[in-house]
Design a protein around this ligand. Structure first.
Ligand SMILES: *Cc1c(COP(=O)(O)O)cnc(C)c1O
Length: 456
C-alpha cells in the first residue's frame, strides 16, 4: 500500500517559531503615527496588546521560543498531518506530485488556533480580563473563543454581519466556548453607528469589525484586542505549519517542494507554510516558488497599490506599509469571508515588492469548481478560502501536464468547510456568479487615500 499520510510525533512539535524578518534583505518599513507621520514606538500599541506580543511584533530575533504551556495546548491537534494527494493527482492526470498540509484538524477547524492559543496565553500572563476581536468567516472568532475559554479570559467577538447571518453554527461554536458574539456593524460602538447611519443594510466587512473591536479595547482598562491575521506576531506563530512541513517532506523522502501555495486573506496561513521554505531560499539559495492565492473580487496583491494605509475602515490603527485596495474598499459579499480584507500584512507586502514571492487571483466560480473537484478526489471538504489555493494548485498541475514535467507542489489546506455548506449549496444552485471587479472601482477606492505614498 502506498503511504498517503506523513505523520510526526508530538515531541516533534516545533520548539521555536521562525521570524523571517531576521533574513529579509529589505526590512519592512516602520508603521507610522497617522497624526504626526512619525514611526510609532511600542508604547503606541500598549493600549491594545500585551507587552510580550508587542515585543514579538517588533523583534528581529530569528527564533522565538514557544512556551511549554503553548506547546502543550498545540498537542491537542499538532503536529497536523501532511497528505500526498493521490486522488487529486489522478483526477488531474498530472505528472506533478501534490502534497497538502491539513490544518482543519484543530478544534475550530482551521489554522487560527496556532496564534489564538499563544495570544491568549500572553494576555493571561499579563493579567488581561477580556479580549475583543473581529471575525470574518467566523474562523478567527471560534479559535479565539476556544483559546480564551482555556485561559479563563472573557471574549467579545464582532462578527461581520454577512457571516453572522450565513453561518449560525460558527456563532454557536463561539457561544459553546463561552464567548459573546455581536453582528458588525453594531450600535455598540461609534464606528459601527457611523457606518449604520450611512448604510443601514451594510453587510459589514473585516475592516469595519476591526474598528469596532479596537474601539472597545482602546476605551476599556481591563480589555485588550487580538487580531487573527496581518500582524507580524500572528505570522510568527503560524510558522509552526511550515516548520513541521519541512520535516514531513523530508520524511516523505521527497526533496523540498518546487512550489508552495496558500490562500491569502491578510497573509497568516500563507506566511505560516511559506516562510520556513523561504528561509531555504534566502539562506540556502534554493528557488522554491511561493504563491499567494487571492479572490479576484478582493485583489490587493495582484491589483492593489503598495503604500501606507490604515489596517481598519475607520482609520484608527497606525499606518502600515502594505499592498492595499484602500481602507474603505468593501469587497463583494463572496463566501470566502476570511479573504475579504482590503490590505495585506507588512512582511508579506515587502516580500512581494521585492519579488521574493508571487501572487495569483481566482474567480469566485473557479474556486468552487476547484473545491468540489478536491472534495470528490480527496474526501475532505475545504473551506471556501482554501479553495483559492486549490485553484492555484490545479492551474500549476495542469502546466506540469502540458510541459510534461513532474514538479512537487505543496499547499496549505488551511481549514475544512463543514460549516460552509451554505456556500456550497449556493454554488450547486447556480447562485454563485463570476464577479469582475472593474478598474474604475479600484481606482475610485485608491483615489480616496490621503495616506503617504512609498517611493519606488
Ligand atoms: C482566516 C482564514 C483565512 C485567511 O486568513 P490568512 O491570515 O490570510 O490566513 C484563510 N483560510 C481560512 C480557513 C481562514 O480561517
Amino acid at each position: 500500500m502506498k503511504n498517503r499520510k506523513i505523520i510526526l510525533e508530538e515531541r516533534e512539535i516545533p520548539e521555536n517559531w521562525y521570524n523571517i524578518v531576521a533574513d529579509m534583505p529589505n526590512k519592512p518599513l516602520p508603521p507610522l503615527n497617522p497624526g504626526t507621520l512619525e514611526p510609532i514606538g511600542p508604547e503606541a500599541l500598549a493600549p491594545l496588546f500585551p507587552e510580550a506580543l508587542i515585543k514579538q511584533e517588533m523583534t528581529t530575533d530569528k527564533w522565538v521560543t514557544i512556551p511549554d504551556e503553548v506547546r502543550n495546548m498545540y498537542s491537542i491537534w499538532r503536529p497536523t498531518p501532511m497528505y500526498r494527494a493521490y486522488g487529486l493527482e489522478k483526477a488531474l492526470d498530472t505528472p506533478a506530485k501534490i502534497y497538502y498540509k491539513y490544518e482543519g484538524v484543530s478544534p475550530s477547524g482551521s489554522h487560527k488556533p496556532n496564534t489564538a492559543i499563544p495570544q491568549a496565553y500572553y494576555n493571561k500572563q499579563e493579567g488581561v480580563k477580556r479580549i475583543t476581536t473581529e471575525t470574518g468567516a467566523g474562523q478567527w472568532g471560534s479559535a479565539l473563543s476556544f483559546a480564551c475559554q482555556h485561559f479563563g479570559i472573557e471574549c467579545d467577538v464582532y462578527m461581520v454581519r454577512l457571516s453572522y447571518n450565513d453561518k449560525p453554527y460558527r456563532k454557536m461554536m463561539m457561544n459553546t466556548w463561552g464567548a459573546n458574539v455581536y453582528p458588525s456593524p453594531s450600535d455598540r460602538t461609534a464606528a459601527g453607528r457611523k457606518i449604520l447611519a450611512e448604510h443601514p443594510d451594510s453587510p459589514g466587512s473585516l475592516g469595519i469589525a476591526i474598528s469596532e473591536a479596537v474601539e472597545m479595547a482602546a476605551t476599556r482598562e481591563d480589555t485588550k484586542y487580538a487580531l487573527g491575521s496581518v500582524l507580524n506576531h500572528v505570522k510568527l506563530h503560524q510558522t509552526v505549519i511550515g516548520l513541521e512541513a519541512i520535516k514531513q517532506m523530508e520524511k516523505a523522502g521527497s526533496d523540498i517542494p518546487d512550489i508552495v501555495i496558500a490562500p491569502f486573506g491578510g497573509g497568516s496561513n500563507f506566511a505560516g507554510i511559506s516562510f520556513p521554505f523561504l528561509r531555504l531560499n534566502l539562506e540556502g539559495g534554493k528557488k522554491i516558488r511561493c504563491i499567494a492565492s487571492e479572490p479576484s473580487s478582493c485583489p490587493k496583491l495582484t491589483r492593489g497599490v503598495f503604500r501606507y494605509d490604515f489596517g481598519d475602515t475607520a482609520g484608527m490603527t497606525p499606518l502600515l506599509p502594505m499592498y492595499t485596495l484602500g481602507h474603505d474598499f468593501i469587497p463583494a459579499p463572496i463566501h470566502a469571508g476570511g479573504l475579504r480584507y482590503h490590505g495585506a500584512g507588512v512582511i508579506v507586502s515587502q516580500l512581494l515588492k521585492d519579488n521574493l514571492i508571487e501572487a495569483q487571483s481566482h474567480d469566485n466560480l473557479e474556486i468552487f469548481e476547484a473545491g468540489v473537484l478536491f472534495a470528490r478526489a480527496e474526501g475532505i471538504i475545504p473551506a471556501p478560502e482554501a479553495n483559492h489555493g486549490i485553484a492555484t494548485v490545479i492551474k500549476e498541475a495542469k502546466i506540469c501536464k502540458e510541459e510534461g514535467v513532474s514538479k512537487t507542489i505543496l499547499f496549505n489546506l488551511c481549514g475544512h468547510g463543514n460549516f460552509d455548506m451554505k456556500a456550497y449549496d449556493d454554488y450547486f444552485s447556480g447562485k454563485i456568479k463570476s464577479h469582475e471587479l472593474s478598474q474604475e472601482e479600484i481606482d475610485r477606492s485608491i483615489a480616496k487615500l490621503n495616506t503617504p505614498t512609498i517611493p519606488a
